[in-house]
Design a protein around this ligand. Structure first.
Ligand code: 5AD
Length: 355
C-alpha cells in the first residue's frame, strides 16, 4: 500500500480484490467512508451535470449484451439531424449544464465530416465542453473531431479479460481493435479520456474485476464509468447464466464497490453515478453512487421521440423532468445530499475545459 489522499492508503491489487469480496455491510461501510472522503478531498462536493444526447441508435457491431446491436431487428432505428443535435446543445446550455455528451452506436452514417461540423457548431454557439462517445472510430476521424473542438472521448473497455471481451464484443471484419491502443491514441491527441466497465457480465470473475480496477489507474483515466450489466431479452447474452463459483453479481452493491475503488485508485477522476446504477436500483442507485465516490450525473436530454429507441438495456431510468430549469429529480437528489451543482465545464483538474 502507498499513502494516498485524505489519510487513506491507495489500495494495491490484493487490497482491491479483498474489498471486492467483502459482503458484510458493516465492513463495507469502511470502503464507502473512504471513497467519500477521497472524493471530497480531491474533487469537492460539487456534482457536475452532463447533458446526454443519444444521437443515433444505428450500430454495425454485434455486442452480445447490447440492445442496439446490429442483429436486433425489433428496434426502430433513428439518426438525429445536425440541426436537432445543435438544438439539444442549446437546451443543455440553457439548463446551465457545462457539458454535452454525444453518444451513439458505432454508426458510420454519422460521417467524420458530419460529426466535425456538429462539434464545431456546438462550440461556436454555446459555452459547452463536448464529449464524444461514438465507439471505435478511425484515428483520422478522432483527430478531426478533436481539431473541431471536441474535448473528451468515452470508450469503455467493458472488461480487462481479453477472452471475455472477445466473446461479448465480436470483432468487426474479424479484426479486433485493441481498445487499450485506442485509449492511448485519444490521450495523445489531447482528449480527456474516459473508460470503464460493466459489472456482473456472465463469466466475469472477481479476479478479472480486480484487474479492471488496476487498469483504471494504469490507464491514467480522466473519467471512469461503471454500471451493472443489465440483460436485454433480445440479445444473445440474455440466455447466458453466469453461475461459475467466482461469478461477479450484477447488483448495485457490487457496482458501488467498483465506483468506490475507482475513486481510491484515481482520486481526481470524474466518476458518474450511472444510468445503469439508477436503473437496477431505481429508488437509491444514483444517490448511493454519489455517496460512494461519484461526482457526476448525466441527465438524459435526448428528445422524447427518440429516447425509447435507444434501448441498450430495458427500462433505462430517466433522470430529469422535461421543461424544468434544472430537472426536478436532479435538484431534489442534490438537495437531499447537500451537494451543489458544479459550475462550468467540470473537466479533470480545476474545472476548466481540456482544450
Ligand atoms: N447492461 C449494462 N450496460 C450496458 N451497456 C451496453 N449494454 C448494456 C447492458 N445490457 C453499456 C456499455 C457501453 C455503454 C454505453 O453502455 O458499457 O459501453
Amino acid at each position: 500500500m502507498r499513502e494516498g489522499s485524505a489519510g487513506f492508503d491507495v489500495p494495491d491489487r490484493d487490497a482491491v480484490l479483498a474489498w471486492l469480496r467483502v459482503e458484510d455491510p458493516e465492513v463495507l461501510e469502511g470502503l464507502w467512508v473512504r471513497a467519500d472522503a477521497v472524493r471530497r478531498a480531491h474533487v469537492g462536493d460539487a456534482v457536475h451535470l452532463r447533458g446526454l444526447v443519444e444521437v443515433s441508435n444505428h450500430c454495425l457491431r454485434q455486442c452480445t449484451y447490447c440492445g442496439i446491436r446490429a442483429g436486433n431487428h425489433g428496434l426502430t432505428r433513428y439518426r438525429m439531424s445536425a440541426d436537432e443535435v445543435v438544438a439539444c446543445a442549446r437546451r443543455v446550455a440553457d439548463l446551465g449544464y457545462g457539458t454535452i455528451v454525444l453518444q451513439a452506436g458505432e454508426d458510420f452514417g454519422l460521417t467524420g465530416p458530419w460529426v466535425a461540423d456538429v462539434v464545431a457548431r456546438i462550440r461556436a454557439s454555446t459555452p459547452l465542453a463536448v464529449t464524444l462517445s461514438l465507439g471505435e472510430r478511425l484515428p483520422e476521424e478522432l483527430r478531426a473531431w478533436r481539431e473541431a473542438g471536441a474535448d473528451r472521448y468515452l470508450l469503455r473497455f467493458e472488461t480487462s479479460d481479453a477472452a471475455l471481451f472477445d466473446r461479448i464484443h465480436p470483432p468487426r471484419h474479424g479484426q479486433s481493435v485493441a481498445r487499450w491502443d485506442l485509449l492511448g491514441l485519444l490521450h495523445d491527441m489531447g482528449y480527456e479520456v474516459g473508460s470503464g466497465v460493466m459489472v456482473g457480465i456472465p463469466g466475469q470473475t472477481w479476479d478479472s474485476l480486480a484487474d479492471d480496477v488496476m487498469r483504471f489507474a494504469g490507464l491514467d483515466l480522466d473519467m471512469i464509468g461503471v454500471g451493472p450489466y443489465i440483460p436485454h431479452p433480445d440479445t444473445p447474452l440474455a440466455a447466458v447464466v453466469g453461475d461459475g463459483p467466482d461469478q461477479v453479481p450484477a447488483d448495485a452493491t457490487t457496482a458501488c464497490k467498483v465506483v468506490a475503488l475507482a475513486r481510491l485508485v484515481r482520486p481526481d477522476a470524474n466518476i458518474p453515478a450511472t444510468t445503469a446504477l439508477g436503473t437496477i436500483d431505481r429508488a437509491h442507485g444514483r444517490e448511493l453512487g454519489l455517496r460512494r465516490g461519484a461526482n457526476i450525473l448525466m441527465p438524459n436530454l435526448t428528445p422524447d421521440r427518440y429516447k425509447a429507441c435507444y434501448e441498450i438495456y430495458p427500462d433505462k431510468a430517466a433522470l430529469g423532468d422535461p421543461g424544468e430549469d434544472l430537472p426536478g429529480t436532479v435538484r431534489e437528489l442534490l438537495r437531499r445530499l447537500g451537494r451543489p451543482v458544479g459550475a462550468g465545464p467540470g473537466g479533470r483538474g480545476n474545472g476548466s475545459v481540456a482544450s
